[in-house]
Design a protein around this ligand. Sequence first.
Ligand code: TYM
Length: 333
Amino acid sequence: MNRIFSGMQPTRQLHLGNYLGALRNWVALQNDYECIYCVVDLHALTLPQEPDVLRNNIREVAAAYIAAGLDPERNIIFNQSAVSAHAELSWILSCHAPLGWLNRMTQFKEKSQGKQANDAVLGLFAYPVLMAADILIHKATHVPVGEDQKQHLELARDVAGAFNRAYGQDYFPLPEPQILGEATRVMSLRDGTKKMSKSDTSDYSRINMTDDADTIAQKIRKAKTDPEPLPTAVEGLAARPEADNLVTIFAALADTSRADVLARFGGQNFSGFKKELVDLAVDRLAPITTRMRELTGDKAEIDRILKRGAERADAIASRHLAEVKDIVGLLRF
Ligand code: TYM
């Protein structure tokens, strides 16, 4: 049986990269798979958080899921910390994850940059093992993510394989990454060589899912470009990261390909293209933003959805955790 699992961290605001690289694909997948979508609040604790802000962000991410089109009845939507089997499996898997594998993780290297080696916290280093546990506790077979999560997913597969070998059985399926659509890696609007990210100090580097139409327009107008007109073919985007990024965003929002976008705008300068991109982005994002605002205004409803989701997730996760405990030789009463 196929089962999807994926998640987002409730750290600051979601942005266009999260939407195009992941959330939008999740909405499409709900028609064909059993899906579990998690707000990974324990992962958020790997960087310093303000408790009240974190609480709000957890609800806001859940609201974004629903506003983008995930049906909380058809899918299981919950916050990670509400299902303790995630953290418990993480411990067991950490006993099967060699330090050498974790030392290779580029995200840890990036996030601990600027810190003395011994000051980075253990949770940040162990982050990919908790992510493996998220997926494996549900025996998920497919994991839709943006390209930046590929290395973490490889680790999840390796850890699943190590566990299976250690106990001589094919218990965990090896989860397949699903890196889908045109915009698997949305780049910063200020620098086409850097990933669009929540942690960028410039708000002009990203379009947030809560930005209003004027803000979106301003950010796109100010987005970095180069002096050449748009190329007529995809090959012409090769050494032009900012042009490539804007064309990719356009293609993803319009549900078409970069080649189609260039067939329409090739040879033109950026100003006309940017005007169209503003209209398209506002058209696609405004209904989601409006719905998100409505939902976040009703905390009790969000909490009810998360609680119900946690109960459903727990029913799956507890069963698997019990099986894992039996496999590894722990006593259950
Ligand atoms: P997070 O919260 O950083 O991002 C959530 C999702 O958004 C995608 N994404 C992007 N896609 C395209 N372009 C970008 N600029 C961009 N930025 C982010 C991410 O690839 C991701 O799919 N470790 C995960 C959360 C996690 C998880 C899991 C995911 C925890 N456990 C289990 C899948 C399965 C993360 O930090 O995502």
